[in-house]
Design a protein around this ligand. Structure first.
Ligand code: G3H
Ligand code: 13P
Ligand code: ZN
Length: 306
């Protein structure tokens, strides 16, 4: 069944767990994500980026996710990830998305407030929930200055004002994570103090982007079968757990699925060179993603919360 991020995250806050938001761009990734959640009776957010929508086609991607969601017994949200384009957002609304992220985080505060308010007005009129973002994603390694650290991390007072003025339903915050497979040069370093301060002052559900762990065994496997993923590093599972205990209720994961897919496909191509059926090749990637998603459900505590 279909659901909104707002409803899923409010339930997660009450139950002290987080809902995973997993990115998709095709049928196999979507099947892997939804099947894993069905088998573990967990709610899920299916995230689609602008480039994923361009890759698959907006109506096709909507069809894939909505058909699988409607067949499933668990609640599924179809969510636009990092929406920046007004036309695309309106098209997602028309094509049955249940949740929209408006990402105005690169704009100055006043502009971010103005764009977000406008999207909230449109989406709330038709029952769609809105995630907004404040702060800049990016590492906060020891060598960055206090000023730079402050400029990147979400400011709790600004967040309070932002939420009041925009009426967004959920808020993505910057506490030191970044997108992709190369998040930290040294050890992972998240600003948990900042998360606590924001949590105290902001009362809508919070979102953590860039939350892939870049699982060492998967990197090893991919490299064993020919990948070159040298210094890849993500957010350790313990840090994700801590972030959830401090109030994060949506955890965004894309990179870990990409890596699992790559390792699975590389393995079958190397181990079974006689195989040339695309279903077997892509199917191996789908199977690898499904296992990673199941492990994430365990980590986030969302099993049996559907
Ligand atoms: O937020 C970033 C997601 O990983 C989506 O990435 O724009 O390459 O689809 P993408
Ligand atoms: P990762 O790159 O860490 O998987 O983050 C994904 C994300 O934040 C999508 O919005
Ligand atoms: Zn993101």
């Amino acid at each position: 069944m279909l659901a909104t991020n707002k409803d899923l995250q409010l339930a997660a806050r009450k139950g002290k767990y987080a809902v995973g938001a997993f990115n998709t761009s095709n049928v196999e990734i979507t099947q892997a994500i939804i099947e894993a959640h069905e088998e573990m009776n967990a709610p899920v957010i299916i995230a689609t980026s602008t480039s994923a929508i361009e890759y698959c086609g907006i109506d096709i991607l909507a069809g894939i996710v909505r058909q699988l969601a409607m067949k499933a017994k668990i609640p599924v949200s179809l969510h636009l990830d990092h929406g920046t384009d007004y036309e695309l957002i309106v098209n997602c609304v028309r094509n049955g998305w249940t949740s929209i992220m408006i990402d105005g985080s690169h704009a100055p505060l006043e502009e971010n407030i103005a764009i977000t308010r406008e999207i909230v007005k449109i989406c709330h009129a038709v029952g769609i929930s809105v995630e907004a973002e404040l702060g800049r994603l990016g590492g906060i390694e020891d060598n960055i200055s206090v000023d730079e650290r402050d400029a990147r991390l979400t400011d709790p007072n600004e967040a309070e004002r932002f939420v009041t003025e925009t009426q967004c339903d959920t808020l993505a915050i910057a506490i030191g994570t970044s997108h992709g497979a190369y998040k930290f040069k040294g050890e992972s370093k998240l600003a948990f103090d900042r998360l606590e301060q924001i949590r105290e002052i902001v009362d809508i559900p919070l979102v953590l982007h860039g939350a892939s762990s870049v699982i060492p065994e998967i990197i090893e496997k991919a490299n064993k079968f020919g990948a070159q993923l040298g210094a890849a590093k993500g957010v350790p599972a313990e840090d994700i757990k801590k972030a959830i205990s401090l109030g994060i209720t949506k955890v965004n994961i894309d990179t870990d699925l990409r890596l699992a897919f790559t390792a699975g496909v590389r393995e079958i191509l190397v181990e079974k060179p006689e195989v040339f059926d695309p279903r077997k090749i892509v199917g191996a990637g789908r199977k690898a993603i499904k296992q990673v998603v199941k492990n994430k459900i365990e980590l986030l505590g969302s099993a049996n919360k559907a």
